[in-house]
Design a protein around this ligand. Structure first.
Ligand SMILES: Cc1ncc(COP(=O)(O)O)c(C=O)c1O
Length: 390
C-alpha cells in the first residue's frame, strides 16, 4: 500500500519503553507505569480519575456495568433505555445489551456524522435513562445542547471517545462531559499502544466501582481495607492492561499534541490540493468540524457525490489498486449489519436515513500522525478525483 490507513505506529523510544518493562524481570501486569499514565491522562483530560484497561471495548463494558452496579447511585434498572446513534462501533453497542439495558437507536446528522439531536428528542421516553454519544472520527455533536437534554431529563451520559482523544468542544476535552468517557489505544487511534484503553470519571464512588470491576471485584489498589489482598467487594472482570502497553501508550502520549497538529496539517494539505486541482468538480465532500469543535482527527472521511453512488464500489476497488487503503465510516449504519437480525436490533422497524446515506456515500482514508510528503498528496489528489472517469 502506498497510502495505508496506518503506518507502523511505534517510534524507537516507544519500543524501548516497552522493552524496558520486560527487562525489569518483574511480572508485567499493570503496576507503577500504568498508574503514572492514568494520572497524566486524567490531568490532560481535566478529570479527576482515569483507569487504564486492555481496550476501548473494555472501557465501554466497564461504563455500562457500572451503571447497573448495586453500588451505583440511582442504578439503572433492567430494560432501561439507552440512546445510541445508528453509526456506532459494535462494542459501543454490545455492552448496553450485555448489561441488560435496551438500546434505542437514533439517526445521525449528515453534517456532523454524530447523533442527530432532533431525532434524539423525538425518541426520549420515560424509559430513557442514558445516552451514549459516539464521537465520530474526532468530531462531536453540539455538546451544549446535549448537556441541556441530559440535565433536564436527569439522564446519564456516556461518551465513547475511542476515536476522538484530544478533540475539544468549546475548549473542553471530549470525554470529560459525561459520567464516564472511554478511549481506545488500538492501532490507528490518536495514540497507539497496540491494544489498550482508558475510562475516565469525576466521582470517587464511580471510580471505586470501575476499579473493582476491572480486576476480579477486589479492592486491591483502592486503599480502603486493611485486610489482605484477597478482599472482594464487588463483581468483576479481568480487563487489566499490562505495564508494557502502559509504557508504550505513555511514551506516545507525550507526542499526542504534535501528532494532532500533524494530522490536522495533513488534512489541510490534502483538501487544499484536491480543491485547487484542475480536475476538481465537487466529486467528493469533506466533513467539517461541528461549530465549537477543535478536532483531533482520526481519519479523513469522504462522501462521494450522490450522482456517483452506483460507482462507489468500483471507485474503492480502484483506489485500492492505486495503493490507497479505505474503510467504512465506523461500520456504516450498524442496523444494516447481519447481526442486527440475530438480535432484532431494529425492533421498531425504523428508518435511519442519514446513517444510510453516510454508509452509501461515505468512506475514509488514513490521516497519518507524521507529516505527509508531497508525493502522497499528489497520489491522493490525482486518484480521489477519478470517480467521474471510472
Ligand atoms: C467508536 C469506537 N468505540 C469503541 C472501539 C473499540 O476500541 P478497541 O478496539 O480498543 O476495543 C472502537 C474501535 O475502533 C471505536 O471506533
Amino acid at each position: 500500500m502506498k497510502y495505508p490507513l496506518v503506518g507502523f505506529p511505534f517510534s524507537e523510544s516507544d519500543m524501548l519503553s516497552g522493552r524496558k518493562v520486560l527487562s525489569t524481570k518483574k511480572i508485567i501486569t499493570m503496576s507503577k507505569i500504568t498508574k503514572d499514565f492514568e494520572k497524566k491522562f486524567a490531568k490532560y483530560l481535566g478529570v479527576k480519575y482515569a483507569l487504564m484497561v486492555n481496550s476501548g471495548s473494555s472501557a465501554n463494558l466497564l461504563a455500562f456495568f457500572a451503571l447497573i452496579n448495586p453500588k451505583f447511585k440511582k442504578r439503572l434498572k433492567p430494560n432501561s433505555e439507552c440512546i445510541i446513534p445508528a453509526i456506532c462501533w459494535s462494542t459501543s453497542l454490545w455492552p448496553i445489551i450485555q448489561a441488560g439495558l435496551k438500546p434505542r437507536f437514533v439517526d445521525v446528522d449528515l453534517k456532523t456524522f454524530n447523533i442527530d439531536l432532533d431525532d434524539l428528542k423525538k425518541k426520549l421516553t420515560n424509559k430513557t435513562k442514558a445516552i451514549l454519544a459516539v464521537h465520530v472520527l474526532g468530531n462531536s455533536t453540539n455538546m451544549n445542547e446535549l448537556k441541556k437534554i441530559i440535565k433536564k431529563r436527569k439522564l446519564v451520559l456516556i461518551e465513547d471517545t475511542c476515536e476522538s482523544l484530544g478533540s475539544k468542544y468549546a475548549n473542553k476535552k471530549l470525554g470529560s462531559f459525561g459520567r464516564f468517557g472511554t478511549f481506545s489505544f488500538f492501532v490507528s487511534h490518536q495514540i497507539s499502544a497496540g491494544e489498550g484503553g482508558m475510562i475516565v470519571c469525576n466521582d470517587y464512588e464511580d471510580y471505586k466501582i470501575i476499579h473493582s470491576l476491572r480486576a476480579h471485584g477486589w479492592d486491591r489498589g483502592l486503599n480502603i481495607s486493611k485486610k489482605n489482598n484477597f478482599n472482594f467487594i464487588n463483581s468483576g472482570f479481568n480487563l487489566r492492561p499490562t505495564d508494557i502497553t502502559a509504557a508504550i501508550g505513555l511514551n506516545q502520549f507525550k507526542r499526542l499534541n504534535k501528532m494532532i497538529n500533524n494530522r490536522s496539517t495533513n488534512r489541510r494539505k490534502i483538501i487544499e490540493s484536491i480543491k485547487n486541482s484542475k480536475n476538481w468538480r465537487n466529486q467528493i465532500e469533506f466533513l467539517d468540524p461541528t461549530k465549537k469543535v477543535t478536532p483531533s482527527w482520526f481519519g479523513l472521511p469522504i462522501l462521494i457525490h450522490k450522482k456517483f453512488l452506483n460507482r462507489k464500489q468500483r471507485f474503492l476497488n480502484y483506489l485500492n489498486n492505486q495503493g490507497i487503503e479505505t474503510r467504512p465510516i465506523i461500520s456504516g449504519n450498524f442496523l444494516n449489519q447481519p447481526v442486527s437480525k440475530l438480535y432484532n436490533l431494529n425492533k421498531y422497524k425504523e428508518k435511519f436515513k442519514n446513517a444510510d446515506e453516510i454508509e452509501k456515500r461515505g468512506f475514509f482514508i488514513g490521516l497519518h500522525p507524521n507529516k505527509i510528503d508531497q508525493n502522497s498528496v499528489k497520489l491522493l489528489t490525482k486518484n480521489l478525483l477519478m470517480i467521474d472517469k471510472l
